[in-house]
Design a protein around this ligand. Sequence first.
Ligand code: PTJ
Length: 256
Amino acid sequence: MIPPTHPRYRSLLEREKVVEGVGEGVVAMQGLIAHGRGECFDYLIGEVTAPPALRAIEAAAAALLLAKWPVISVNGNVAALTPGEVVQLARAVPARIEVNLFYRSREREEKIAHLLKKHGAGEVLGVGEDAGCTIPELHSERRRVSCEGIYKADVVLVPLEDGDRTEALRKMGKTVIAIDLNPLSRTAQSASITIVDNVTRAMPKLVEYVNALRGKPQLAEVLRTYDNRRVLADVLEYINARLGELANSLRGTGRL
Ligand code: PTJ
């Protein structure tokens, strides 16, 4: 039991959720390593949603709202960390939900779908035979997708991803929205819109933005003026400036 007064309460709670997810057969063992890498980048960012990430969230909300066939892809870590927000977002857009795993097993697919349904999801695509279509030029298990889901989608949200699929989906002409704490990852670099933030902060904000922007005339303009390379550069500068301030404060020449 982690005391709520612990200075790292939120982070430790999230870690517990991922560990429990492994125990329940929802999260892959490798998901623990991925989570640890994420924690490290979150430390550098300062565990907040940085201003460039908010710009990406706004653009992501606009892309989802303007999409003809939006799909939210869910893996083990996302199911363990933000199952409720996945369902809320799917309802708010509205978008389809699809389970898509790197370390695919029928058992994990079913467990993740079950967990999402427990949180109120209706249909969950990508389980078993439903993943009958193939993403070209992709060799991992992620290539198997639902013909009515990711395969057909024009906009795909891939919270917490590994690189290859984002590139393959882009080659298929899709708009890919990634949520990844590592601004240098291949996913972050190749997505159409990269939200460099923790999924646990980004997902509720995305729901908020979708609800606030729905039907607004500026949606197309938000997307048209969005520049992902610039946003990624701004994230790196944000981290750089923060580290500079921390270094200065250690030298006693600045303030934290
Ligand atoms: O459930 P599966 O079988 O689909 O497997 C999922 C994992 C995450 C194990 C798989 O996709 C994988 O190996 O991913 P990678 O290549 O380790 O990439 C994960 C990325 O997510 C890394 O860049 C991490 O920094 C980032 N990340 C980890 N935790 C979070 C995160 N980004 C946002 N929020 C997090 N909480």
